[in-house]
Design a protein around this ligand. Structure first.
Ligand SMILES: [Zn+2]
Ligand SMILES: [Zn+2]
Length: 355
């Protein structure tokens, strides 16, 4: 049995319980492990889904759950075989903490598609049994292969959301060839969408934001959009018909994808990163008439996540965050569900240390 130590955390005891103060065990670092003192942890929509067991069909929640997969902190201790990190280094952990390292996906650097990938929380914990516990906690212990470097120039509160919202939008745009001179759409201006706008702008693309809310126009332009289209206005939509190279759709609510497919030019791609609960109807004509593609994407591999963080360091990109103490986390969940945040909550973990 592995040696353990206790660390403070916030956990939920059931699908209807609020998150509350607790102490959880972490393993003492094994030879390849890094122990990180967590400074900030972002709040992702998937934290809320899993705390409330809303994905019970795909990944039922095991209670108690400690969510959080947008983690930045400082290395406190390393195992004797660790070579990439030393105490005092800034470090980050995203959505994954392990994979088999041997399958074709792992060998291609796409650990996110490994059949044996271990998520940062609510995945089987092979060291301690039970499930993995995430970042709403004062410390975490992770194999160095899944630890990332954080450029020291970045503000840490805003860097935390890069680990999920950042890579979720960076990866599909890189894969989709978003570069200088391309016309790129971003559907929905929330936690994911606002990162997509920043990246697309930094890649040199012409960026068009689609939103249902005219009130978001000014903010979209501030974040780097060149144009804003109110998606409920059929005339405005029609003006862009057949003109996009790539559109990233970050909306989780039910909506009409065909309206966006017809905005793509020849060989254009519409990529989904939001996850509407129900199947969406697609018109085949919208695809075949211009050889358009409809695809999906989910986070990114470890090497690409590091590339994204380094890119953010070079271009000074972080998420726009509202920093909260962990004692306000339940309130933050309610506000998140009303989209009442610009654009991501980041929990200051010093608030947990002093509780
Ligand atoms: Zn997430
Ligand atoms: Zn694998």
């Amino acid at each position: 049995m592995n040696a353990t130590y206790k660390t403070k955390a916030y956990s939920a005891a059931s699908a209807t319980s609020p998150l509350a103060f607790t102490a959880i065990p972490r393993r003492e670092p094994t030879p390849h492990d890094v122990r990180i003192e967590i400074l900030f942890c972002g709040i992702c929509h998937s934290d809320v889904h899993q705390v409330r067991n809303e994905w019970s069909g795909v990944m039922p929640t095991v209670y108690p759950i400690v969510p959080g997969h947008e983690i930045v902190g400082r290395v406190a201790k390393v195992g004797p075989a660790v070579t990439k990190y030393k105490p005092g280094d800034l470090a980050a952990v995203g959505c994954m903490v392990d994979s088999d390292g041997a399958c074709p996906q792992c060998r291609a650097g796409q650990e996110q598609f490994c059949p044996n990938m271990i998520l940062t929380f609510n995945s089987p914990d092979k060291h301690l049994g039970g499930v993995t516990y995430g970042g709403y906690s004062n410390s975490i212990v992770v194999d160095e292969r899944f630890v990332l470097r954080v450029p020291s120039s970045l503000k840490l509160a805003g860097a935390a959301p890069l680990l999920c919202a950042g890579i979720t939008t960076y990866s599909p745009m890189r894969h989709g060839g978003v570069t200088q001179g391309k016309k790129v759409g971003v559907v929905g201006l929330g936690g994911l969408g606002h990162m997509a706008v920043k990246f697309a702008h930094a890649f040199g693309a012409h960026v068009v934001v689609f939103t249902t809310s005219p009130a978001k126009q000014e903010d979209a332009l501030r974040l780097g959009a060149d144009e804003v289209v109110i998606s409920r206005d059929a005339n405005q939509m029609q003006k862009h018909a057949g003109s996009f190279d790539f559109i990233l759709d970050a909306v989780s609510a039910e909506h009409d994808l065909n309206a966006y497919l017809q905005l793509l030019g020849c060989d254009g791609t519409l990529t989904l990163v939001g996850a509407p609960a129900k199947p969406l109807p697609i018109s085949a004509f919208g695809l075949i008439t211009r050889r358009r593609s409809l695809s999906g994407s989910c986070i990114g591999g470890i090497a690409e996540t590091q590339e994204m963080l380094d890119f953010c360091g070079q271009h000074n990109i972080t998420a726009d965050v509202e920093v909260i103490p962990i004692q306000k986390v339940n309130e933050a969940y309610e506000r998140l569900l009303k989209s009442d945040v610009k654009y991501r909550f980041s929990i200051d973990m010093a608030s947990l240390k002093s509780q």
